[in-house]
Design a binder for this molecule. Sequence first.
Ligand code: ATP
Ligand code: MG
Length: 405
Amino acid sequence: MTITMDPGAAALLEALHRAGHKAYLVGGCVRDSLAGRIPHDWDICTSALPRQVLDLFGEKQCIPTGLQHGTVTVKHQGGLYEVTTFRVEGGYSDGRHPDHVDFVADVREDLARRDFTINAMAYNREEGLIDPFGGREDLLVRHRVRAVGDPVRRFEEDGLRILRLCRFGAKEELELDPATARAAMAECRRLACVSAERIWQELYKLLAAPHPARWMLPEIVGQILPWLDCAGQPARYEASLRVVDALQPDPLTRLAALLAPAGPEAAGQALARLKCSGAQTKEVKTLVQESGLAHDVASPRRAVRHLLARLEPDTIRRLLALRQAQTGQAGFAAMTRALDVLLAEKACCRVSQLAVNGRDLMDLGVLPGPAVGKLLAAALDQVLNENIPNERAALLGWLKENKTI
Ligand code: ATP
Ligand code: MG
C-alpha cells in the first residue's frame, strides 16, 4: 500500500528522518488518501520535540501554533504543515481539555489518544501504514466509525467527540459502530461542557457533509440546539432534516432550515449561544426572518427586483434555495433564474443605482429635505415594478409629473 504524498509533506518527512527522528503522515490525510480523495492538508506527527522541530526547520520557517501541545506549523514550498510531537494526554477533569500532555517516543501511543479508528492511522514510505486499531478495515470494508478503545471513556474525556462522531459519519458516509453510537447517546450531556467555538466548528463541518440528516441524531443535536425541541416535536425536527438534505451543502442555509421552525427569537438565541460570527449571525437571522417568502409566479423578475432592493444577492440565493427545499415549489427556481438574469443585466435595484439623483430633483424645483428621499424612493419603486426603465429621460419625465406626491 502506498500513498501519493504531497511533495512538501514528503520533503518534511525526509528532513525529519535524516535528522534521526521518526515521522509520519497522520489523521485526516491518511484517511482521505485511503478513501481515494485528495487531502486538503497534510498533518505530520514526529518523535522530534517542538524545540527540535524549530531548530531543524529554522524559527523563521515556523509558526509556534501550539507549542505547549507540541504543534509547530512549518512553512515549506508555499504550503503550511502542522508538525506535532507524538503525545499522550493525561486526565480530563473538565471533560474538554487534557490536564496535561506528555511527549512520547512511540507513534502507536500517539495514535491511541485519537478519537476514531479511521483517524488513528499513520503512514510513511519506509514503514507503510501503521494501523493498530483497524481503521483501514473500518473505513473501506466495514464502513463504520468506531471509537479507539472504550467509547464511554473516550466521550467522558472529551464531549466534543460525540458531535465529531456524527460529523465523520456524515462526511465519510459511514455507519456508526453500534457500541460507539450507544455510548454517544448515553453520554450526550457531556456536550454541555464543551466550548461554543469547538461545537460550532464541528456543527459547521457536519452541515457541510453531502446529506447529513441520517447522522443528525435528535439526542445529540438536541443537546447543542435545545431550541429545536427535537424530543418534544419529533415530526417538526424530521421535516427540517428533510429540508437540510434537500439543500446543497451550505452550512448557513442548512442551519437556517433547522432554526426556521423555532422562529426568529429562538434562532437569535441559538446563534448567540453558538458564538457564530457577526456576519454568519446576520445571514442566518435574515434567512429565518424571511422564511415566509412567497413565490411569485406572475412575475418572478419583479419579485426578485424588490428583494434586491433590500438584501444582498448571496442572501437572496440562499433564501430562494431554502424556500424551494421547504416547499418544493418550482416558483422559487424561476426566481433564482430571474436573479441570475438581473445580476447579469446589472439591473437597477437601489436608489444609488438610479440614473437620476437628488440634485436632479432640486433642479426640478423640489426643496431640499425629506421630499427628495421620498421621491427617489417612489421613482425606484417604478423601476423595480418595471413601469419605467432606469433611464434619465424617462425618469425625469416621470418625476416632473409626480414631483408633488
Ligand atoms: P478534516 O479533514 O475534517 O480536517 P481531520 O481528520 O483532519 O479531518 P481534525 O479535526 O482536523 O480532523 O483533527 C485532526 C486529527 O486529530 C484527527 O484525525 C484525529 O486523529 C485527531 N483529533 C482531533 N480532534 C480530536 C479529539 N477531540 N479527540 C481525539 N482526537 C482528535
Ligand atoms: Mg484537519
